[in-house]
Design a protein around this ligand. Structure first.
Ligand SMILES: [Zn+2]
Length: 303
């Protein structure tokens, strides 16, 4: 009899343990914004990212499953600055969801809220430059994450006023932990100051600006144009065989290692992969461990 009683309790428990329906469906273009929305919104937000940490967010396919997710979204949050120009306009068009169109409260372009770097005087996209509105890779400076967090926290409250106090509390809690982490990161990164980098893609300018790193060159001849043997030979000339022309070669988690390893083998300069977002490395499980891991990798590679 006792046993039966336990079984009944368990079944009843299961029936009542269904999670409450999340208030807001958030469609993020990149994992860092999904992670941020989840940090701020907690149980009231269901945030998913269109791209994963090992995918190049410049280039993905507008799959039907993504269209379906945009169709039911309350908020679309993307980096902007044309990072997603190859796929987001098509997703928004096909999803036909009026609340998440540009200009509406349901659409948030994160790069509009940070000081942008590399804004060109003139741009020739025909030459392949994929950074026509300034550099879009804003997420690898944690101060930018804090700026976007403030805007996103307010936006969640606007879209779901019933839980506004919870979003404000979530923002306050996040910023407290984030500011403490920034202090910790800035202390541990001190030995990196002034280090000379060669980067695969021009994706690290905000990190370099934050940590006072010095980028000498990129493996890509132009942003978005793959490294050519002629360009790599020029870099080898510049850095010198077995020479000390730079300190670290870095590449994004979604770029192949071939070009950076070619140059590393010939120059003896260490080559490292850096996660660009949550999921970009096994260690980068959330926004905090993302920056822990970036610094760890740079500090281990430092000569
Ligand atoms: Zn780029």
């Amino acid at each position: 009899m006792r046993r039966t009683g336990i079984t009944v309790t368990l079944i009843a428990g299961l029936q009542f343990s269904q999670p409450a329906q999340a208030a807001l469906e958030v469609f993020a273009c990149e994992p860092e914004w999904a992670a941020l929305a989840q940090e701020l919104g907690g149980e009231w937000v269901n945030a998913e990212s269109a791209t994963q940490g090992l995918q190049d967010p410049h280039f993905i396919e507008a799959r039907p499953s993504l269209i379906a997710r945009v169709r039911k979204a309350d908020l679309v949050i993307c980096t902007g600055a044309q990072l997603e120009i190859g796929w987001l306009p098509m997703l928004l068009g096909k999803a036909n969801n009026p609340v998440v169109l540009p200009g509406k409260d349901g659409f948030l372009e994160a790069s509009n809220y940070v000081p942008k770097l590399d804004v060109p005087d003139r741009v020739d996209r025909a030459q392949g430059d994929v950074h026509a509105q300034g550099n879009p890779h804003i997420q690898i400076n944690p101060h930018n994450i804090a700026l976007v967090a403030r805007v996103l926290g307010e936006r969640l409250a606007t879209l779901d006023p019933e839980h506004a106090a919870d979003y404000q509390a979530g923002l306050h809690d996040f910023l407290g932990r984030w500011d403490a982490a920034i202090k910790r990161w800035e202390t541990s990164a001190a030995p990196l100051r002034g280090k000379r980098l060669v980067a695969h893609h021009k994706a690290f300018v905000y990190l370099e600006d934050w940590l006072e790193l010095n980028e000498l060159a990129t493996l890509e001849p132009l942003p978005g144009i793959p490294p050519s043997s002629a360009h790599l030979a020029q870099l080898l000339d510049m850095l010198g065989e077995g020479g000390s022309g730079a300190d670290i070669i870095i590449r994004e988690s979604y770029q192949g290692a071939k070009a950076s390893e070619w140059l590393s083998q010939r120059t003896g300069i260490p080559a490292v992969m850096l996660p660009m977002t949550v999921g970009g490395s096994p260690q980068a499980k959330d926004l905090f461990s993302l920056f822990d891991d970036i610094l760890q990798r740079l500090l281990s590679a430092r000569p």
